[in-house]
Design a protein around this ligand. Sequence first.
Ligand SMILES: [Cu+2]
Length: 147
Amino acid sequence: MSKLTALLIACLALGLVAVGCGGGDDGSGDDTGVLTEDIGPAGSDGSPSGGTKSGAGEGGGKAGTEIDIVDIDYEPKNATVKGGTTVRWTNTGELPHTVTKDSGPGADFDSGTLEPGESFEVTVDQPGEIGYLCTIHAGQTGTLTVE
Ligand SMILES: [Cu+2]
């Protein structure tokens, strides 16, 4: 039996040696595969110029009338409002326009150039028909009838 025991011991020894030798790590080099991700801030400052021009009139919390300025017209083109109403024109088009009084009762008003997105307010009080126009585009006219 001693032979077998010796064999076993030899095997164990070999096994230990094998294990010991096999522990050598070779080839597993340092792979620095670190992917650098470019997380760029896609911040686009879309700062609209929300300039609001105000005309000769106070926004005294009264019911107002909204008139859109489109390319190239006023919408509605002819509006009727009650005295004391604050009328607001807003340029919803893509071109600059003006709201310039041409005729009628009350004080004159002129918005100056209204860029797209800008608006202009006037409070009307004297009854009558006010004619106004855009000084940039010939033929762009509107009326405001004040009751
Ligand atoms: Cu115009």
